[in-house]
Design a protein around this ligand. Structure first.
Ligand SMILES: Nc1ncnc2c1ncn2[C@@H]1O[C@H](COP(=O)(O)OP(=O)(O)OP(=O)(O)O)[C@@H](O)[C@H]1O
Ligand SMILES: [Mg+2]
Length: 954
């Protein structure tokens, strides 16, 4: 090829085409003349200025240079057979034909200047993408890790032109601009912006602008996968690294600078520090982005221990630790759900600089319509709860079936149908039905379609990164690219920010887009999906109209037209709820976020291994979502955004159920609040209370402890019923609501060391005592909360335990029965002389209840009135014991329920099933034994009452 028949320029051009640096080529030609072979030789012998640094560790070996040269030659020879890399190549090389080694560029290191100057143009795969990306960069900034960013004053217009070319958007959003401005001045940045607001672009643009690599730490394989797919559509090369990446060569390629954006899970990045340092020296790293950064905080809802080790980024990529850097590589942390406390954790954990720029947008999503509905959230409630949904999807089924072509819904065939995950999710429902109808008849076929293999491959309890992996179907980048090119960006509208716009969209019917139903366990995903399928709604699979999923599904996934997010059961925190609800309405159009929860029960934590501290935090978060559900008077969007520290002022969303239906009528609960305060205050004022006068009756220290334990709300309510006829029928559920309101007003506080979802052991506060003492006539007007309204609506269903506990343990029933006895016309009986033995209670019973046997004797030698007093006192103690016993029985029941819950989840993860079952059995036996004890106790109490009766009347 060499010879004097070509000009120097042509040789330089040829060398650049082969992948050599412009400067190297020029220098080589200057040194050896216009001969391609001689120039190549010159460069490969290292005589030219290599663009790689001279540092020892990071310098590529001569073997690398040779292989680069060899590879370049080979690839240019094979030019005609090249095909463009599809995103699939980066993800699942196992199921796709592998490219031959000879065509593979994985052995070489890509320098920043190669990328910037487009010198790798003819190579296939990621190189082509890099190149196409650079073609679109009108004039990439000439930045290097050792230089200041030469941003120029017109960086915004450059970014906008990149935006238009790659993404089809006309301009950056304000917060994106601010984040980029911080990055351009080497500042760390914390971006707090609502779900779906476009945070990803803030860290993707730097890769396009500089030609350097952006490394993105992300918690979910599914999320990385989704973003890589999107980027491939826009002609940006990207890959993800982590446990979900089956092709080990991708990591090597990434570390050689062959992708512009590298998504990596936190566990993986910790072992890639050295290769990343080499990458920083060669092609350059423009930015570290930590996406979904709330995962860093133990105070957040998705704590990931490995996120906590990301301070390693600052330690290893600062100007101090890497001599070739003039500035620290900036870190951009991004999340949509971080409370003030979590933000501080983020700054500390990542060791962000003191000058970190905060970019905060409103958390408000004006097109989301929040509501809360009461439901037992179990199979018997499906009919009522899902009838509307069934109506939406099954309504026009017949018409749609005629319109839609037949498309297979099988998950593993998605790629063949050339439909992206995004479009499948939306539209295929009807054609599936057609298919199923033809094959096996409606039901059998439907059930086949929602078999487990179509479900999300996640688990309910996640502790390790593997647990977060979500397997997605195959997709083809090229097809999507074409799709994108011909249709432009998907349609989105500006969300209705002005109140009048929000009122207008409220008049419009909700579009029939996809729905995601979030449930706590996989078992429920199956049962709800099965139920919906029975009614002709395509549910469960990713390509269905309705996806029933557990919480691991969908974080950050940018699916535009989700119309409904239904939570079926209490979420574990407000953060998790808002994050999941935020997956609705990203196209700016009206979307529903409905929470169905059992408002008559406090939520429970999903089983997971937690330290004591973690449990406390988890309960606190559960308590916050519970309060959100109980709220009846405050705009729901306001509660949500203020939870994240934003001041919503007097604004209202105008869409949520509270804004639309209005709060319930205010009620003056002065009398109720007063009596509750009185009872609680009296209990704490009684210094002599249980001062040892009942020691006789308590057999052990444990019994004493239990007996002297703090009274709970239930006990106080019992006393209220004893004292006032007015409140005999008022449900405990109602009092719980009032106690919560009084706690919020600062009148009472939780007296237990443990955190409870709902106040359990109320103690008076100074403020509460002052309220009690104030003699003003001022009304105590409050909005009844959801549980109070519920208890007024229908009587509480009692469980079997509490049913019989409601006998003598209930003060009102006790009083009525006693009155009946006392007022009966029976002749007063003379107290029978009984042998004391006859009176001896069953010791097993007394052991269970905690009284010594002597308790049941009426002491001989006492005068009648003294005996009467003793008996009355005993009755009082028995009644209290019964209340406590009832409480204990309830606890057994809760424990039993919890263990059963654990069985379900253990069963799902196939662990310790036997242990869990044995635990449940033991709890049941204990509860049954206790129940038998209580029944016997009832008989004994009745006998005691007979005695009282006899003494009273005799
Ligand atoms: N400047 C822009 N103009 C118009 N649309 C934009 C702009 N920037 C981003 N978007 C679009 O906004 C949508 C949401 O983007 P993205 O997935 O980055 O949101 P996010 O803030 O990361 O959400 P999440 O918190 O759920 O992860 C995307 O469809 C994206 O293309
Ligand atoms: Mg995101």
């Amino acid at each position: 090829m060499g010879g004097n028949d070509v000009s120097s320029d042509q040789v330089v051009e040829k060398l650049i085409e082969m992948g050599f640096e412009n400067s190297d080529a020029v220098e080589a030609v200057k040194a050896v003349g216009p001969s391609v072979d001689a120039a190549v030789e010159y460069v490969l012998n290292g005589c030219g200025r290599d663009n790689l640094s001279s540092s020892t560790n990071s310098q590529p070996s001569s073997r690398d240079f040779k292989s680069l040269g060899k590879r370049v030659m080979t690839s240019s020879q094979c030019k005609g057979q090249m095909r463009q890399s599809r995103i699939w190549d980066h993800f699942q090389s196992t199921s796709k034909p592998k490219r031959s080694r000879g065509n593979d560029l994985s052995d070489g290191v890509v320098s920043r200047s190669q990328v910037l100057h487009g010198s790798v143009e003819e190579h296939k795969g990621p190189f082509l993408l890099i190149n196409s990306q650079l073609e679109n960069v009108a004039e990439p900034f000439q930045v290097s890790c050792t230089e200041e960013l030469d941003v120029g004053s017109n960086w915004e217009s450059k970014v906008n032109s990149l935006l238009r070319k790659h993404f089809g958007y006309s301009s950056l959003k304000r917060f994106q601009k601010e984040a980029l401005a911080a990055w351009l001045t080497h500042q760390d940045c914390l971006v707090l912006a609502a779900t779906g607001s476009g945070k990803s672009l803030s860290f993707q643009i730097p890769a396009l602008l500089t030609g350097k690599v952006v490394v993105v730490v992300s918690p979910l394989i599914s999320l990385m996968h989704d973003q890589c797919l999107k980027l491939s559509k826009h002609g940006v090369s990207a890959c993800f690294l982590g446990s979900g990446q089956p092709d080990s060569s991708v990591e090597q390629k990434a570390m050689r600078g062959m992708y512009s954006i590298i998504y990596v899970c936190p566990e993986t990045i910790l072992r890639l520090i050295k290769p990343l340092q080499r990458l920083a020296e060669n092609r350059g790293i423009a930015l570290f982005a930590v996406d979904e950064v709330h995962c860093i905080s133990k105070w957040g809802h998705d704590f990931r221990p490995d996120y906590g080790r990301l301070s390693i980024l600052r330690e290893n990529f600062s100007a101090r630790s890497l001599k070739f850097l003039k500035y620290n590589i900036p870190i951009m942390a991004l999340t949509a759900t971080a409370t003030v406390r979590v933000r501080q954790d983020i700054l500390d954990s990542l060791c962000l600089s003191n000058e970190t720029k905060f970019v905060v947008t409103s958390f408000f999503r004006p097109n989301l319509r929040f509501s809360v509905k009461h439901s037992r959230t179990s199979a018997p409630s499906y009919g009522t709860d899902f009838s509307q949904l069934i109506d939406v999807y099954a309504r026009n089924k017949k018409i749609d079936e005629m319109k839609q072509p037949s498309v297979s819904c099988e998950f593993h065939c998605q790629s063949d149908s050339d439909n992206s995950y995004a479009s499948d999710f939306n539209d295929i429902e009807e054609s599936d039905d057609e298919n199923s109808g033809k094959e096996n008849g409606p039901n059998s076929s439907r059930e086949r379609q929602m078999s487990v293999e179509y479900l999300e491959n996640d688990v309910d309890i996640f502790q390790h990164v593997e647990d977060w992996d979500v397997a997605y179907g195959e997709f083809g980048g090229q097809v999507l690219c074409e799709e994108w090119n011909s249709h432009g960006p998907p349609e989105t509208i500006d969300p209705p920010n002005k109140p009048e716009e929000r009122l207008r969209i409220l008049q419009e019917p909700l579009e029939r887009g996809p729905t995601i139903i979030y449930v706590p366990t996989r078992k429920e995903t199956l049962s709800i999906a099965k139920y919906l399928c029975k009614f002709g709604v395509k549910a469960a699979a990713y390509n269905a109209a309705v996806v029933v999923a557990t919480m691991a599904f969908g974080m950050g996934i940018d699916k535009l037209n989700v119309r409904r997010i239904i939570h079926y059961g209490w979420p574990q925190s407000l953060e998790a709820y808002y994050q999941e609800a935020g997956r609705a309405g990203r196209d700016g159009k009206l979307a529903d976020c409905i929470l169905y929860a059992n408002l008559s029960r406090v939520p429970t934590l999903l089983p997971s291994k937690r330290s004591e501290e973690q449990s406390r935090r988890a309960y606190r978060m559960l308590s916050e979502i519970f309060r959100y559900g109980m709220n009846t008077s405050c705009c729901r969007a306001k509660i949500l955004v203020e939870y994240f520290g934003e001041d919503f002022g007097d604004e209202k969303c105008l869409l949520c159920d509270v804004c639309v239906d209005g709060p319930p009528n205010m009620q003056d609960l002065k009398e109720e609040a007063n009596i509750l305060m009185q009872i609680i205050a009296a209990r704490y004022a009684e210094s002599s209370f249980m001062d040892g006068s009942c020691d006789d009756f308590l057999c052990s220290d444990i019994d004493r402890q239990k007996f002297l334990a703090k009274p709970n709300l239930r006990t106080f309510v019992g006393k209220i019923r004893e004292q006032s006829q007015n409140f005999v029928t008022t449900e405990l559920l109602w009092w719980k609501g009032l106690a919560r309101i009084m706690e919020a007003k600062g009148f009472i506080r939780e007296g237990d060391d443990k955190i409870h979802v709902q106040i359990k052991f109320p103690e008076p506060t100074k403020r509460g005592l002052a309220f009690l003492q104030s003699e003003s006539d001022k009304a105590f007007c409050v909005y009844p909360e959801a549980d109070m309204l519920l208890s007024m609506r229908k009587p509480t269903a009692y469980s079997s335990f509490s049913n019989w506990g409601k006998g003598w343990a209930d003060p009102e029933i006790r009083r009525q029965r006693l009155e009946k006895i006392w007022s009966s016309n029976r002749k007063p009986r003379k107290p029978r002389k009984r042998k004391s033995k006859k009176h001896l209670p069953d010791t097993s019973t007394s052991r269970v209840i905690g009284f010594s046997t002597s308790f049941f004797f009426v002491l001989p030698g006492l005068k009648k009135w003294q005996r009467q007093q003793v008996l009355i006192e005993k009755l009082r103690i028995i009644s209290q014991a019964l209340e406590q016993a009832e409480e204990r029985a309830m606890r057994f029941q809760e424990r039993h329920d919890r263990i059963l819950g654990q069985i379900c989840s253990y069963y799902m993860v196939n662990q310790d099933l036997e242990d869990a079952l044995a635990g449940a059995r033991a709890a049941m036996n204990e509860a049954l034994e206790f129940a038998v004890g209580l029944r016997k106790m009832q008989l004994l109490i009745l006998r005691s009452i007979d005695e009282v009766d006899a003494f009273y009347l005799g």
